[in-house]
Design a protein around this ligand. Structure first.
Ligand SMILES: Nc1nc2c(ncn2[C@@H]2O[C@H](COP(=O)(O)OP(=O)(O)OP(=O)(O)O)[C@@H](O)[C@H]2O)c(=O)[nH]1
Ligand SMILES: [Mg+2]
Ligand SMILES: [Zn+2]
Length: 299
C-alpha cells in the first residue's frame, strides 16, 4: 500500500478520473465504492495502487459546486471554481434564457460572473447579440466583447488568481479560448455546422488547465439545458439580482408575483425597473422547480 497523496481532479470520465497530484505527476484515479461523486476541480486524497493508478480514499471539502439538475438527477459541471465565464457569441445565436439559468446557478453558488461576447469579428449577428445582452449589462454584469481566434489575451487579466469555469452553449468558442490561452492544451474544436450536423458537442467532458501557479481554467461541454431543480423558490428569487430590493414588499406575504394585487415585482416591471423578460423567466424557472419537486415526490 502506497502513502496517501492529495490531488485535483482535472478530468472526470464518469467511473474514473484524471488526477493531478500536488507536487507533480498525474494518475488515473478510481473511486473505492460504487459511487463516483467527483467533479472536475474536486480535491481528493488517494493512495497509489500501481504506476499511473490510484484509489480515491477521501473527498476533500469543496468551496463551491456548479451544477444543474432536474427532478431526477444532477449534472456536475465544476467544483471549487471561483468564477464563471458565460461564453456567448455573435453566431450561432445564443439563448438569453439559458444565460439567465447559468447566472442564477452561479449567483446561488456565490461565484463571480463575467459574460463574454465572442466572435465580434463576425459582425452580422453583433447588433442582435448586444440587444440580447443589454438587460444583463443593465444589471451590472460585466460583458467582454472579444474575438477568441485573434485576441484571446484580453481575457487573461480577468482570469488572474481565479479558478474559472467556461460555460455556454455548443459552438460559442469555449475550447477555442482554452487553446489560445493555454499553451499545448490541444482541446478539440469544430466548425459549428459540422458539430450541429453530428448533433454532438465537440467537448465531451470538463477539463481543468493550469494558467499559472494560482490561476486555472476549466473547459466544459456545451449546454442545451440548465435545470435549476436544486434551488428553492426563495433561492431563485435571490438569484435574480434585480428582484432582491423588492422581495418582501408585496401586499401579500405569500405573493406569487404572478397576478396578485399589490405585487411589488409586477409593479417594478410595469415601471420599467425590472426587465419584463427577466420577470417571465423568473416565473418560468419557479414553475419548473415546483414541478420538479412534485415529480421527485411522485405526484
Ligand atoms: N470567427 C470566429 N470563429 C470563432 C471564434 N472563436 C471560435 N470560433 C469558431 O467557432 C467554432 C466552435 O468553437 P469551439 O471552440 O469548438 O466551441 P465550444 O464552445 O468549445 O463548443 P462545444 O465544445 O461543443 O461546447 C469553431 O469553428 C471555432 O473556430 C472567433 O472569435 N471568431
Ligand atoms: Mg468545446
Ligand atoms: Zn409579488
Amino acid at each position: 500500500m502506497g502513502a496517501a497523496r492529495r490531488g485535483t481532479v482535472v478530468a472526470a470520465f464518469g467511473r474514473h478520473y484524471e488526477v493531478e497530484l500536488d507536487g507533480g505527476g498525474r494518475l488515473e484515479g478510481h473511486p473505492r465504492g460504487k459511487k463516483s461523486p467527483y467533479a472536475c476541480g474536486d480535491r481528493v486524497e488517494l493512495e497509489i495502487a500501481a504506476r499511473d493508478q490510484g484509489r480515491i480514499l477521501a473527498h476533500l471539502p469543496r468551496t463551491s459546486l456548479l451544477y444543474r439538475s432536474d427532478a431526477w438527477k444532477q449534472k456536475l459541471i465544476a467544483a471549487n471554481a471561483t468564477q464563471v465565464v458565460l461564453v456567448t457569441a455573435t453566431e450561432p445565436a445564443f439563448s438569453d434564457e439559458l444565460l439567465s439559468r447559468a447566472l442564477a446557478a452561479a449567483e446561488h453558488d456565490g461565484l463571480r460572473c463575467l459574460i463574454v461576447l465572442n466572435k465580434v469579428d463576425l459582425p452580422a449577428g453583433l447588433p442582435a447579440a448586444r440587444e440580447r445582452l443589454a438587460p444583463f449589462v443593465a444589471l451590472g454584469y460585466p460583458v467582454l466583447e472579444m474575438c477568441a481566434r485573434e485576441h484571446a489575451e484580453v481575457l487573461r487579466p480577468r482570469l488572474q488568481g481565479q479558478t474559472t469555469v467556461l460555460v455556454g452553449q455548443s459552438g460559442m468558442g469555449k475550447s477555442t479560448l482554452i487553446n489560445a490561452l493555454v499553451p499545448g492544451a490541444a482541446a478539440a474544436t469544430r466548425e459549428v455546422s459540422a458539430a450541429l450536423d453530428s448533433g454532438k458537442h465537440t467537448t465531451t467532458h470538463a477539463r481543468l488547465y493550469r494558467l499559472d501557479a494560482d490561476s486555472a481554467i476549466i473547459d466544459s461541454p456545451g449546454l442545451q439545458e440548465f435545470g435549476l431543480a436544486h434551488l428553492t423558490l426563495g433561492e431563485i428569487e435571490h438569484a435574480f439580482l434585480e428582484m432582491r430590493p423588492y422581495l418582501g414588499r408585496c401586499r401579500f406575504r405569500d405573493c406569487r408575483h404572478d397576478a396578485e394585487p399589490g405585487c411589488a415585482l409586477q409593479a417594478a416591471a410595469e415601471a420599467g425597473q425590472i426587465d419584463p423578460r427577466r420577470l417571465r423567466q423568473f416565473l418560468m424557472f419557479r414553475h419548473e422547480c415546483e414541478q420538479a419537486r412534485r415529480q421527485a415526490q411522485g405526484w
